[in-house]
Design a binder for this molecule. Structure first.
Ligand SMILES: NC(=O)C1=CN([C@@H]2O[C@H](COP(=O)(O)OP(=O)(O)OC[C@H]3O[C@@H](n4cnc5c(N)ncnc54)[C@H](OP(=O)(O)O)[C@@H]3O)[C@@H](O)[C@H]2O)C=CC1
Ligand SMILES: Nc1nc(=O)c2c([nH]1)NC[C@@H]1CN(c3ccc(C(=O)N[C@@H](CCC(=O)O)C(=O)O)cc3)C=[N+]21
Length: 298
């Protein structure tokens, strides 16, 4: 089999960000204010600091206000919730993102529950998860939304396709499965207790890997021609003489290339789409709060 098509998430994300930036200009002309995204980072986790930095840069580049709140890891859950409530009440804030994971003394669920569902641009609040599950308009988590955009762009109609989602987290696997189901796929959700995972994956026309295990999915697991979306972000140990290890996905990329029909790379695949979809959700939140129609097809 010839080499798979490489789905360029970075390029798709750049185009989406341009559409968002154009829509931001129209929003400002209409309402005389900028959409605003508040990002809350608790603690000093270096990977989280990098993500928050790139979110801020992308937000400002799209013409939106970025409000960054960095709190020490020692902050209490009540103090964090008090900050979230201040942001809920702040008219300049359209979207609120509390960077996960939170320090161990905090309960993610309680903090997410404090976010106004209308400002929950991560789509993590139970109200948004419930709306997605029953097919009502919802804020959809950015990573699965970005994966779905790439799939539809590459494949067109997804009706009747066999889709296997590996991973069942509330932020990636479960909402990804809901989105694929809404597109009329036949969806299987695999996880750490799944038996014969390679055989399950071999039946899939679409594979979404969201596990967090470096290069777990190998080429021989794939049905020839399958479309593979690799959500995993795993940092390998540095090689001799290097300070940083390589970033790899949950799929053994070079091996999968020889079996898949198409595949997203890591980096440059799903990651940039997550950030672009965060801007997209913030734009939509701003329109809803202002009571004006959001542009079509964003
Ligand atoms: N590109 C991006 O924008 C983003 C990337 N990520 C990355 O995606 C990956 C997944 O993230 P997230 O969903 O938050 O991770 P979680 O750790 O919350 O979930 C991992 C899932 O994988 C399952 N799993 C673990 N081991 C196996 C195994 N051996 N076989 C089958 N399933 C297994 C777990 O099963 P069980 O439920 O049974 O424990 C769980 O459902 C990570 O690498 C993360 O860094 C995450 C968010 C955004
Ligand atoms: N409340 C919350 N919302 C999130 O959306 C959220 C979160 N918490 N916690 C952490 C995860 C992870 N995540 C990523 C975003 C962008 C890239 C990304 O842009 N990756 C680049 C590479 C980046 C690099 O080089 O390190 C790429 O794949 O090309 C990756 C991962 C969002 N997350």
């Amino acid at each position: 089999m010839s080499n798979a098509f490489i789905i360029d998430g970075k390029a798709f994300a750049a185009q989406l960000r341009q559409r968002v930036a154009a829509a931001v200009e129209s929003f400002i002309a209409l309402t005389a204010r900028k959409p605003g995204l508040a990002v809350v980072l608790v603690g000093e986790d270096p990977a989280s600091q990098v993500y928050v930095g790139s979110k801020k840069k992308a937000t400002v580049e799209a013409g939106m206000n970025s409000f960054e709140h960095r709190l020490p890891a020692s902050v209490s859950q009540d103090e964090l919730i008090a900050l979230v409530e201040t942001l809920n009440a702040d008219a300049a804030v359209d979207g609120i993102l509390v960077q996960l994971p939170l320090p161990p003394h905090m309960d993610d669920k309680a903090v997410i529950a404090a976010i106004d569902p209308g400002k929950d641009v991560d789509g993590f609040h139970v109200v948004n998860a419930g709306r997605l599950a029953v097919g009502e308009e919802a804020f959809v988590p950015c990573t699965p939304l970005g994966c779905l955009m790439l799939l539809k762009d590459h494949m067109g109609d997804l009706s009747g396709k066999n889709a296997v989602v590996i991973g069942r987290s509330n932020i990636v696997g479960k909402p990804m499965a809901q989105l694929l189901l809404a597109e009329n796929c036949t969806v299987t959700i695999a996880h750490s207790r799944t038996q014969d995972l390679p055989d399950v994956v071999r039946r899939a026309d679409i594979v979404v890997a969201a596990v967090g295990r470096a290069e777990m999915v190998t080429g021989d697991w794939l049905k020839p021609g399958a479309v593979v979306i690799d959500v995993g972000i795993n940092r390998l140990e540095p090689e001799a003489g290097q300070s940083k290890g390589r970033l790899v996905g949950d799929v053994a990329f070079d091996d999968a290339l020889r079996h898949a029909g198409a595949i997203t790379p890591v980096p440059g695949g799903v990651g940039p789409m997550t950030i672009a979809c965060l801007l997209r959700n913030t734009l939509v939140a701003a329109h809803r709060r202002a009571g004006v129609a959001a542009p079509e097809g964003i």
